[in-house]
Design a protein around this ligand. Structure first.
Ligand SMILES: Cc1cc2nc3c(=O)[nH]c(=O)nc-3n(C[C@H](O)[C@H](O)[C@H](O)COP(=O)(O)O)c2cc1C
Length: 197
């Protein structure tokens, strides 16, 4: 399996509107492959303007926010491509699409890096941030998974939240818990009452 980097991808519509979403970029040599499922605004934007930026967010609420209807995060202009990137990021890179593998379900856009820059020091991994990342991905697959599978994964991830989260991670987790609870028709929250889950 190739390495996959979870990033915040930004593209621009032909009208110049920003589209900001989390994507796992697949490493292939020195290129990174962006593979959105159809239908997708990212695909429409790439067809009109074949370039994108990928940012590593410092605040994990950006990832949780994007999958819970909160996409209005500060951005700044890109350096080499027409576009904008997430402002509060450890680093970002800009890509031009040099090849497209068409597919009716999930086309693959090969991004060649034309610029990269670091913006903030990275001091260490945090388990709660990893748990929010996993829960965010889980929350985009609720329609494909059995409720018991969703709840057992959330129960496990909640351990890292309860032990290692700061306020931002906690808030991000709460957004995802609300989404999962609404989808499953639940009133209580796993973190508040793990035994009831
Ligand atoms: C960490 C993370 C990684 C994701 N990676 C992908 C991906 O590689 N492909 C995809 O289609 N959706 C992925 N998703 C889901 C998309 O972010 C979400 O469905 C988004 O709305 C799709 O972008 P679009 O609005 O341009 O279609 C990911 C979500 C998260 C939280």
């Amino acid at each position: 399996m190739p390495l996959i980097l979870e990033t915040i991808v930004t593209t621009l519509s032909p009208a110049g509107e920003l589209h900001l979403v989390p994507f796992g970029l697949i490493q292939d040599g020195t290129d990174l492959i962006l593979a959105p499922f159809r239908p997708s605004p990212t695909i429409l934007n790439l067809e009109a303007s074949p370039c994108f930026a990928a940012s590593s967010p410092r605040d994990v609420r950006v990832i949780a926010g994007c999958v819970t209807g909160r996409r209005d995060w500060p951005v700044v202009p890109c350096h080499r491509i027409r576009g904008r990137r997430l402002a509060d990021s450890f680093a970002h890179a800009e890509f031009e699409v040099v090849d497209v593998e068409e597919d009716p379900v999930r086309p693959r856009y090969r991004g060649r890096m034309v610029h990269e820059a670091s913006h903030a020091p990275f001091l260490g991994y945090n388990r709660a941030q990893g748990a929010v990342l996993e829960a965010a991905i889980l929350s985009t697959r609720l329609h494909m998974l059995e409720p018991e599978k969703i709840l057992s994964e959330m129960r496990y991830l909640a351990i890292a939240i309860s032990k290692t989260a700061g306020p931002r991670e906690r808030e991000a987790w709460d957004w995802i818990e609300d989404k999962v609870a609404a989808a499953l028709g639940r009133d209580d929250r796993i973190l508040a009452n793990p035994d009831a889950a």
